[in-house]
Design a protein around this ligand. Structure first.
Ligand SMILES: [Zn+2]
Length: 298
């Protein structure tokens, strides 16, 4: 048995867990995910990711689960062969890429932000590159540069627009897109991937989640583009209405219109958090401001 110190990611309270050496040894695939239930360290429940040297590599807050909407059967990818291990070794990805790092890269892709990943493990570079090429195939365009620390230092200027990541650390975030609390959907999707033992299933599920995010946000964009785009004439009532009221009611109105649209089109009920995740993609990736497309005044 080895005692491992853990720190609650929510309240930072410290606790200890015992892990048997056999258990760590048997975890050949990825990191060991330990479920810490509430009332063990503190009132929170979370998952600690532990590597074979008994070091905690990352945490996932399990308290708050977002209801991720379903994806119509006909849109789901079901059969997909795993890539050749020489091209993309998923075990290596799961062993070496943390939840935080993978979520941050995904988030940058959803925000159309170029990414620099500073790598200290050159043997991994091709696998990481291929991993994203495979899982994002046919959906989002993205630019990911995987370089050494030296290269980064030399070329810093040419990467000034990029989100720069080094392991769990955010080195540079020029557009302030990484705020852990707001990347909940990305973290949940990645946690699902890392936590699922069946390699093929975890891989397909991740691809489907990315497809889903793309399909739904793109559908919102297409729908918004069919709405009246006439220059909004300022009516007397909108001048009279206080600006704040107007903003609030327009937000609410857009939420309702889009929720109804997604229900009619895909038969899905959409969670508030997931909807705002889609809206972030709509505005940041597709560069569409729904407020200019969908107006309260008929
Ligand atoms: Zn806590």
């Amino acid at each position: 048995m080895t005692t491992v110190q853990i720190i609650c990611p929510s309240c930072k309270k410290t606790g200890y867990i015992e892990i048997s050496d056999d258990l760590i040894k048997s975890t050949s695939r990825g990191l060991l995910a330990v479920n810490v239930t509430s009332n063990y360290v503190c009132q929170h429940s979370f998952i600690a990711y532990i590597d074979k040297n008994f070091a905690v590599r990352d945490y996932f807050i399990a308290d708050f689960q977002i209801e991720i909407p379903d994806f119509p059967e006909e849109k789901k990818i079901k059969d997909i062969s795993l890539p050749d291990k020489a091209i993309l070794n998923l075990d290596l990805i799961k062993l070496n890429m943390t939840l935080t790092l993978l979520s941050n890269i995904l988030r940058a892709i959803f925000y159309k932000n170029k990414i620099v990943l500073i790598s200290h493990q050159p043997f991994l570079n091709t696998h990481i590159k291929n991993f994203f090429n495979y899982i994002i195939k046919n959906t989002f365009d993205f630019e990911l540069f995987i370089i050494s620390e030296e290269e980064y230092k030399k070329e810093k200027k040419s990467f000034k627009d990029c989100l720069v990541l080094e392991g769990n650390k955010v080195i540079k975030d020029p557009y302030k897109i990484i705020e852990e609390k707001k990347a909940k959907v990305e973290r949940q999707i990645v946690n699902q991937f890392l936590n699922e033992f069946d390699l093929g299933y975890s891989y397909i599920t991740l691809i489907n989640e990315i497809n889903k995010a793309y399909t739904y946000s793109k559908a919102i964009v297409d729908f918004a583009n069919t709405q009246s785009q006439e220059e909004e004439k300022e009516s007397e009532s909108s001048i009279i209405a206080s600006i704040l009221d107007e903003v609030v009611s327009q937000d609410k109105y857009i939420n309702t219109v889009i929720t109804d649209y997604l229900y009619n089109e895909f038969k899905i009920k959409i969670d508030k958090v997931y909807l705002s995740f889609l809206f972030d993609i709509v505005i940041n990736y597709f560069d569409v401001n729904l407020k200019n497309k969908i107006s309260v005044n008929p």
